[in-house]
Design a protein around this ligand. Structure first.
Ligand SMILES: *Cc1c(COP(=O)(O)O)cnc(C)c1O
Length: 413
């Protein structure tokens, strides 16, 4: 493999540069591209693409042939039953997308106008948006290095000093508002510290709703993510581990919550052969049958995809083993991650390399991207309350997602 001589500006002070046969030092970018080539080959690669290698065509055809493509049809019921079986949740309610799932889950968790909801600053905007759809205010929480998720230790300390309990409710001492719920998110498929997070929720009287949009197929201590809280939510957007085009689901063990979630997401219509009677303000959030048909076929393929994604992780692990200055994100102890998005974490002294690496890898044909801009830096959320976010701020400068499709290893060029 030929290496461009490194540019002086990219030279690192303080560590020994590996050199090639000609004695020219490799930059970190050279080494990262090299490692990506070892795994991916000479072809280019996108960040994440879906694969349809099962019964997708068959079920979609069945859907079209039956004319049941919309709000009625057997695939929605089947998809919900299959999701419940796969995750071990007692109930699953399929909806139009993951954001809608979060919206309804938060509403059913009792989130009201003017409440505050604790969410990580390091998340996709959907988590924060869903809070505001309830008329509530996101309250941003720090994240930690080990899981990339909510730092339960820091959060406990923060709540101890900045909240008080009034009549069994957690009240923000500064704003006087009720902090109603806590929404941890399993970042890139890596389970958050659920023991820590659940204990905080218990001790401070917070409803726990898991944003498991990224973690279908991820397990914490052998149990599927999204089944620990009062409710958990999934997403089947096109870039997620499995896709229904667009889609989401609410998981819960509570039969009454499941019934209410179904009711609210289907316009709150009372069952009747012809009468349109709606007993509360509902939402048109039901997943159409045609999307559920795709979902049934995708769910059948999930175990194969999870194996392929784990294998990809192992290949990356071998390739990045010799690259110093970055680590490949590995599943936390006693957890099984779905490895939705493979992630490089730069060492703290290499944070200034992130944008150089993003540029170089994208130029080389490997689609990489940084994590999201932290929520409190986005215009709509600038004024929202937050704890010290030093952990998330450090992490966000050092995270790079690399090509992660489950099919990446299949066709080597
Ligand atoms: C994908 C995702 C969602 C839901 O997104 P939709 O596109 O509405 O399905 C929610 N939270 C996180 C963290 C996500 O990554």
């Amino acid at each position: 493999m030929v290496h461009e001589p490194s540019k002086p500006g990219q030279l690192q002070i303080g560590y020994i540069q590996p050199v090639n046969d000609l004695g020219t030092p490799f930059t970190l970018a050279d080494q990262v591209i090299d490692a990506l080539r070892v795994v991916i080959g000479q072809k280019s690669a996108v960040l994440h693409e879906p694969s349809f290698n099962g019964n997708e065509w068959l079920y979609l055809k069945e859907c079209l042939d039956s004319t049941f493509v919309s709000s009625v049809g057997k695939f929605v019921d089947r998809f919900e039953a299959d999701l419940a079986a796969f995750t071990g949740a007692k109930h699953a309610v399929a909806v139009v997308n993951g954001t809608a799932a979060l919206h309804i889950a938060l509403k059913l968790a009792g989130v009201n106008t003017d409440d505050e909801v604790l969410i990580p600053a390091l998340t996709f905007v959907a988590t924060a948006n869903a809070v505001t759809y309830c008329g509530a205010i996101p309250h941003f929480v720090d994240s930690e290095e080990n899981t990339l998720g909510v730092d339960a230790v820091e959060l406990r300390d923060y709540l101890k000093h900045h909240t008080e309990q009034r009549a069994g409710q957690c009240v923000n001492s500064t704003t006087g508002k009720i902090i109603r719920a806590l929404v941890p998110m399993h970042t890139f498929g890596h389970p958050v510290d659920l023991d820590g997070v659940m204990a905080v929720a218990d001790d401070f009287n917070l409803a726990l709703v898991e944003d498991a949009a990224e973690s279908l197929g991820s397990y914490y201590h052998g149990r599927h993510t999204g089944t620990f809280g009062l409710m958990g939510t999934l997403s089947f957007n096109g870039n997620k581990t499995i896709t229904t085009g667009g889609g989401g689901a609410i998981l819960t063990d509570d039969a009454e919550l499941a019934r209410h979630a179904k009711h609210l997401t289907t316009t709150a219509k009372l069952p009747h052969p012809w009468e349109y009677r709606h007993d509360e303000i509902g939402y048109n959030y039901r997943m159409p049958n045609i999307n559920a048909a795709l979902g049934c076929a995708q769910l059948e393929q999930l175990p194969v995809m999870l194996r392929a994604k784990r294998e990809l992780f192992q290949c990356y692990q071998a390739a990045f083993d010799t690259v110093s200055g970055v680590r490949l994100m590995e599943e936390p102890a006693e957890c099984q991650s779905n490895y939705w998005l493979q992630t490089l974490v730069l060492d703290s002294n290499n944070a200034d390399q992130r944008d150089i690496l993003l540029q170089a890898t994208n130029d080389a044909g490997f689609m990489t991207r940084p994590a999201w801009i932290l929520m409190h830096e986005l215009v709509p959320f600038r004024e929202c309350p937050r704890m010290d976010l030093a952990g998330a701020q450090s992490l966000v400068q050092r995270l790079i997602n690399i090509p992660s499709s489950s099919t990446l290893l299949q066709v080597q060029s």
